[in-house]
Write a protein that binds this ligand. Structure first.
Ligand SMILES: [Zn+2]
Length: 214
């Protein structure tokens, strides 16, 4: 079992012990006693970084084990972990923007059902009522960017249903991802595309510093 240190934004380096390893076609998978690296899931890509200066190319959960993919085995089972802070910050900004976008849609009477916060491919999907209300994307974008400028604090609560994350007094979501501490860190959000298909409205978004979108 791995102790998760990735919810503490101050933790960017730590030591750990390799509990087990196994070979794959691409290298090796390591299980550690503790980790800085958020595994892929919940619409967010995995963190990146280094284990004893060996790049971590993927982190994922499989049957409650967090696996870290590396190209070669560390020399010792006692290793040093270093988080890729820039990658983490971009993912946290994208993820947090998705929370604000979901809450905004709910203000307009829509229900957020699915979200993905990947660089270059971030979106929030909403179920639409049978009568599709007109969507004024420029109004959404203005409201969203105003909330970012309001510098709302990220509030995390542990509830019976799990970890609950909200910004300011806006609706929150059960969530296991990483987030900015307050919304000004997100920077301006560009809502660049809307799709409507089979009763689902999907709003695509991107940030400054994001990779080029389709
Ligand atoms: Zn979240």
């Amino acid at each position: 079992m791995t102790t998760a240190l990735y919810f503490d934004p101050a933790q960017v380096q730590c030591t750990a012990t390799v509990l087990q390893h196994k070979a794959t076609a691409d290298g090796w998978l390591l299980e550690l006693d503790q980790t800085l690296f958020l595994p892929k899931g919940g619409g967010q890509l995995a963190d990146g970084g280094w284990i004893d200066q060996i790049e971590v190319s993927q982190v994922f959960c499989e049957h409650d084990v967090i696996w870290h993919q590396v190209s070669r085995l560390p020399v010792s089972d006692h290793v040093t972990l270093q988080l890729d802070k820039d990658r983490r910050q971009l993912h946290s900004r994208l993820h947090s923007a998705g929370h604000l976008l979901g809450a905004l849609g709910e203000q307009f009477g829509l229900q957020a059902t699915k979200a993905q916060h990947w660089p270059g491919n971030a979106y929030v999907s909403f179920t639409l009522p049978s009568e599709i209300p007109p969507i004024d994307l420029s109004e959404w974008q203005q409201l969203l960017n105003q909330r970012i400028l309001d510098d709302l604090n990220c509030k995390i609560e542990m509830k019976e249903s799990g970890r609950h994350v909200a910004f300011g007094n806006h609706p929150g979501y059960r969530c296991g991802g990483t987030h900015v501490q307050s919304t000004r860190e997100i920077g301006p959000v560009d809502l660049y595309k809307v799709k409507v298909k089979s009763g689902v409205l999907t709003v695509c978004y991107r940030l400054q510093g994001d990779i080029e979108c389709c």
